[in-house]
Every structure is written in C-alpha cells, then in structure tokens.
Ligand binder design. Structure first.
Ligand code: SP5
Ligand code: ZN
Length: 345
C-alpha cells in the first residue's frame, strides 16, 4: 500500500487544550504519527512517499476562501495582539450562537477565532497552517494515486480532518482531508464517491460539506452524539437534504459498544456502500474505537482492526485511507497498520 506522509505535520504542536476548567496536555500530538510510521516500517507495508503540494484552489473546492485566509494568517494575527502570545496557543473564548449574527466577519481577531471554530479544545499554534496544508496535500495525493491505478493508498496525516467544515475548525481538525480527497476524485472525473467514517467521533464536518449532494455518499459509525463529542450532529435521523436526501447514513452506537455490535454496524454500512456502487472509497480511519483509548468508550481489540481491513477489501473498491483520531499512542501503530494489512491480504 502506497503511503503519503509529510514530516511537516510536526509543526502543529499544541501545548494544551481546555478540559473541564483546566489546561490539560494535548491528546492530539506528533507521537501519534510516529507510532504509525514505526509500525509501517516494522511490517514493510510498502513505499512511503512525500506528497506534491496542491494549489490553494484545490482546498477552495471544500473550504471557503475567507476561512482559508483566516487560518493561514491566524498565528501572525495572534502575535500582533501581543508579542508575548508567542509562548501561548490561540484559543477562542466567544462564539456566535443562535440569535447572534455570523454573516458579518468581525475585524477583531478573537471574535474571528470564535466565528471560525466550534470548541476550545483545538489550539492554533505557530505551525498549524503548515501542518494542516501538508496534511491535506497527503490526502489529495492519496486520492489522485487511485486515479492513476493504485488499489489502495494511505494518507498518514495530522492534524486530523473530519470535524472541520467548509468554514470552521474544531475537534483537533482544521482542513477536512477526507472531504478534500473525495472532492478531488470527483474533480478528476469520478462520478460517484463514498466516504466511510469509522472514527469513534461523528464526522460532523464531512457530513455538513456533502449533506445536500448525491455524488458523495457519507456513512459514519460513531458514538451516540447524545453522549459524546461533537454532541450536536450525528443522529440517525440525519439522512441528507434536497438532492442529497438518502445519501447520508449515521449509525450511532452507545458507550460501551464492543466488537459484536460494532461489526454489526459495519455490516449495515457495507451493504449501503455496495448498493451505492461508487467508483472509489475514502475511509476516515480513526482508531479511537480501541478499548484502551484515553478519550473514548468503545471496546474494540487490536485484532479487530485486521478484520475491519479484510471486510473493507471485500467491497472491491479503490480505497484511500485517511488517518483521523486515535489517542492510545503505544497501540496506535499496531491498530492502524492492522487495518491496512487486513485490507491487503
Ligand atoms: C479527530 C478526533 O478524534 N477528534 C476528537 C475531538 C474530541 N474532543 C473532545 C475531547 C474531550 C477530552 N476528554 C478528556 C477525557 C479524559 N479522560
Ligand atoms: Zn475521534
């Protein structure tokens, strides 16, 4: 399996996130990708290549120009507020909820941080833009390689992407790598593409980007939003809108879900994917469904990830895997590479 990797991911180095009134060390850290890279090396799963940079126009196929401009300049604006900010990560503290207006972009930088974000757990740091952009490069290159005839590819990226929408960041995500991969496949000539999101958290960003479209089927297996982040999206009754009606499938599962119930949901997802008959599949590959994950409440075991890969291979689709969440750093490599190896065998 061809892996796209860019060492620039290390430039995104959050120091802390706000959790229950405290600053706690970031769960989403560079060691996550190191763990996967080391395991890829140990198992010799194929070539690892550095992606070509894609033009900003490619990002604008998914994200709004003013959001991209904000994200690109955010760190410099943060420094301009106070030079001492160099030692602190940038966080929002105010948001335009319901009765407030979000159609006027404020001049004030802190107000724009809130306009373009959904939580206070996602730090912007000096290298956030560089890491997110080179991560998106990985995802688009992984998609393009399918068009060139690869059967399967892997975008080993961080920060992750599936919580990021057309014009907002959150949930450790800034650019929606899976959405960019899917959109690139379409722009390169594919007529129908599916995204399967198996991260523990609902991919609210991806869902929102394609909600009213029938050329991208979005299927997600995740923790019930009544109990789990992102809380405000991911319910089973969200089935798409307009031309997209019927092309959004949410399969929420309760805290405590283990192997059997999770694989039953995967079977439902696979039947729907098969019916849609896409030309290619993008998998948002989070492994925070693992029993040992520090953020999550599902109970998949390391061996289960091999079976996930095997099941997805049976779909017989050109498949681009895009790395999302997973925070049990020690086991992360084994769990991710198990999916990829299961797919290959
Ligand atoms: C891509 C991805 O997996 N994003 C997840 C974002 C989750 N954000 C909420 C984190 C809440 C922190 N909970 C700490 C629990 C410690 N026991
Ligand atoms: Zn997650």
């Amino acid at each position: 399996m061809l892996t796209f990797y860019n060492e620039q991911h290390g430039q995104h180095q959050g120091r802390y996130e706000i959790f229950r009134g405290e600053m706690v060390p970031c769960f989403e850290k560079a060691e996550r990708v190191d763990s996967v890279l080391a395991e890829l090396g140990r198992r010799g799963l194929g070539q690892i290549v550095t992606p070509h940079g894609v033009p900003l126009m490619t990002l604008e196929r998914v994200h709004s120009p003013r959001y991209l401009q904000f994200l690109r300049g955010a760190w410099n604006e943060w420094l301009a507020l106070d030079p001492a900010n160099a030692g602190k990560d940038a966080f929002p503290a105010v948001w335009p909820v319901r009765s407030l207006r979000s159609d006027i972009e404020p001049d004030n930088f802190c107000a724009r941080l809130g306009l373009y974000s959904m939580d206070s757990g996602t730090p912007i740091t000096a290298g956030t833009w560089t890491a997110a952009k080179t991560g998106a490069d990985c995802a688009v290159n992984a998609a393009h390689a399918l068009r060139l005839g690869e059967r399967s590819t892997f975008a080993l990226t961080r920060p992750p992407g599936h919580h990021a929408g057309a014009d907002f960041y959150g949930g450790y995500c800034f650019l929606n790598n899976a959405a960019l991969a899917a959109q690139h496949l379409l722009d390169d000539g594919a007529r129908k593409v599916a995204i399967l999101d198996i991260d523990y958290h609902h991919g609210n960003g991806t869902q929102s980007i394609f909600y009213d479209r029938s050329d991208v089927l979005f299927v997600s297996i995740h923790a019930d939003p009544r109990q789990e982040y992102p809380f405000y999206l991911g319910h089973a009754d969200e089935t798409g809108a307009g031309a997209g009606l019927g092309f959004n499938v949410n399969l929420p599962l309760p805290h405590g879900t283990g192997t059997q119930a999770w694989f039953a949901a995967l079977e439902t997802a696979c039947v729907r994917l098969q019916m849609y008959a896409p030309e290619a599949l993008v998998v948002s590959l989070g492994v925070d469904t693992f029993a040992g994950d520090p953020l999550s409440h599902f109970a998949l075991q390391s061996a289960d990830y091999l079976r996930i890969g095997e099941r997805l291979a049976w779909l017989g689709l050109p498949t681009a895997f895009v790395f999302e969440g997973g925070y049990a750093v020690k086991e992360l490599g084994v769990n991710v590479v198990n999916v990829l190896e299961g797919f290959e065998t």
